[in-house]
Write a protein that binds this ligand. Structure first.
Ligand code: HEM
Length: 480
């Protein structure tokens, strides 16, 4: 084992893993406060994770040659869902080849063509949101982001196949909630059994539908469709050959895994924040596009749903920040910590969209979508979707808090609002498509966003279970 790693806690790996798992924000903040950066997290079954936070180090990390660092290897646990051809699992030449096939489909200009469909699905979902009573928006936003992916990425039309996949996909995605999902050797042991067996049966049924869809669309030939599947059907490998059915299937599933929960949680955090920032909601209701984008950036800064982008496994000795890391160590960018560094973002715990009106997000200081040659392929897709949903919601509703702020909870590898984004919506005025009643806007919650700017976490605790574990492992922070 490498001797000169950055400092780590004396806590055994198991307790560090529990801290990282149950209370990830507090754990990272505490590590930074006690040991400085970079620091090392010892994670059971996953090895030594070195967390980098210096923008120059992050630049070196994200631009390292592909044979030196392997992000794909570290994501192997996703293989049962996404399949072996997934861009997320590959490294070096195969990764680049697959990424090139997908890039045009996700290009920003191309995304604009999906605006109409996204707006229609958003209207349909928002029409159903109840008013003047507490509502947990997270599950509704999950339904919306799933529908948008099935229609805009998978290219499904209304009908029995869409109905079937709408039911199967959430079941398949719960795979990630079981501990088996975290350990590939356990996955092999559990084949055909228990919850994993159920997952395999659901996946087989979904695959039948997906291969039938791909076949039908190949028969149909090139049409006028704007969905991602159409683009993938038209994509060509460097030798001119089309993508195989299994490659297309794997990349569709990759978009689902990478884009569903991430977007739903980012939107959920947006509403959690709007409930505490009435002035922001007011401004979003006007047609100020620059402010809308700044607000989305600020949500993604304050609540990056992936606290760290894909961890990079060192394959060849790699020097960064004066330390040469040996093969086997895992390096990662501490996105959440960078986003809450007062030297980079003054008053970092305050929610201030204006900061992104004053300056553009920095390539190595704004990391919700990671960076370099692994940067999120769906970033433009997700930003477009967030723009459409937030603008329409702000036009229709004012938002107030339904209770005290809770800390984010972990959901697989992402974080999500601990209370499911429980808010109260009030009708603002006649909506674009429905017959909502015209009412005056009501002041939103009095809850205040902390604005300390000091590097101790003002994050609230998650829940009793997490709090007691946190105290057992000595991780309660000043504000707990
Ligand atoms: C707000 C929503 C989203 C967030 C915060 C997010 C974040 C991320 C992050 C942090 C990475 C890893 C980047 C790295 O390690 O450098 C990633 C990769 C990826 N994301 Fe997203 N994502 C979002 C939405 C989406 C959507 C909607 C899609 C597709 C429809 C998508 C597709 C992908 C793919 C394919 C990759 C793998 C790229 C590669 O390995 O080359 N993401 N995303």
């Amino acid at each position: 084992m490498q001797a000169n790693l950055p400092p780590t806690s004396p806590m055994p790996a198991l307790l560090q893993t529990i801290g990282w798992w149950l209370r990830p924000l507090g754990f990272m903040e505490k590590m930074r406060a006690r040991y400085g950066t970079p620091f090392t997290m010892k994670l059971s079954g996953q090895g030594n994770f070195v967390v980098l936070t210096d923008p120059a180090d992050i630049r070196a990390l994200l631009t390292a040659p592909p044979e030196v660092l392997h992000p794909g290897e570290g994501a192997a646990l996703l293989e049962p869902v996404v399949g072996p051809n997934s861009v997320i699992l590959l490294d070096e030449g195969r990764h680049m080849e697959q990424r090139k096939l997908m890039l045009p489909a996700f290009h920003g200009d191309r995304m604009q063509r999906l605006t109409g469909l996204m707006a229609e699905l958003t209207d349909r979902e928002l029409d159903r949101w109840p008013l003047d009573q507490p509502v947990e928006l997270h599950e509704r936003l999950q339904a919306l982001t799933l529908e948008i992916i099935l229609r805009a990425v998978f290219g499904l039309d209304e009908g029995p196949r869409l109905d079937r996949l709408r039911e199967l996909m959430p079941q398949i995605l719960t795979f990630g909630e079981s501990p088996v999902s975290l350990m590939p050797p356990l996955q092999r042991l559990m084949r055909g059994r228990g919850r994993f067996g159920r997952f395999e049966r659901d996946r087989a049924q979904a695959d039948v539908e997906l291969y039938a869809l791909i076949e039908e669309r190949r028969q149909e030939g090139a049409g006028e469709r704007d969905d991602i599947l159409s683009m993938l059907l038209g994509a060509r490998h460097s030798d001119g050959s089309p993508m195989a059915d299994v490659e297309i299937r794997d990349e569709l599933m990759t978009a689902l895994v990478a884009g569903h929960e991430t977007t739903a949680s980012s939107l959920s955090f947006s509403f959690e924040q709007l409930a505490r920032s009435p002035e922001v909601t007011e401004r979003l209701a006007s047609d100020d596009d620059a402010y809308l984008d700044a607000t989305i950036n600020e949500v993604l800064r304050r609540r990056p749903v992936l606290l760290i982008p894909e961890p990079r496994l060192v394959k060849q000795p790699f020097e960064v920040g004066g330390i040469t890391y040996e093969p086997g160590v895992v390096l990662t960018a501490g996105a959440y910590l960078v986003h809450h560094d007062p030297a980079i973002y003054p008053d970092p715990y305050a929610f201030k969209p204006e900061r992104f009106l004053e300056r553009k997000p920095g390539t190595y200081t704004f990391l919700p979508f990671g960076g370099g040659r692994r940067r999120c392929l769906g970033a433009s897709f997700a930003q477009l979707e967030m723009r459409i949903v937030l603008r329409e919601a702000a036009r229709r509703f004012t938002v107030s808090a339904a209770g005290p702020r809770t800390a984010p909870a972990r959901r697989m590898i992402t974080i999500t609002p601990g209370d499911g984004a429980r808010v109260v919506l009030h009708a603002r005025r006649k909506a674009r498509t429905d017959s909502g009643t015209k009412t005056s806007s009501r002041p939103a919650s009095q809850a205040k966003v902390p604005s300390s700017g000091v590097v101790t976490s003002p994050e609230p605790i998650i829940n009793a279970r997490a709090a007691s574990t946190a105290s057992v492992i000595g991780l309660t922070s000043a504000n707990d």
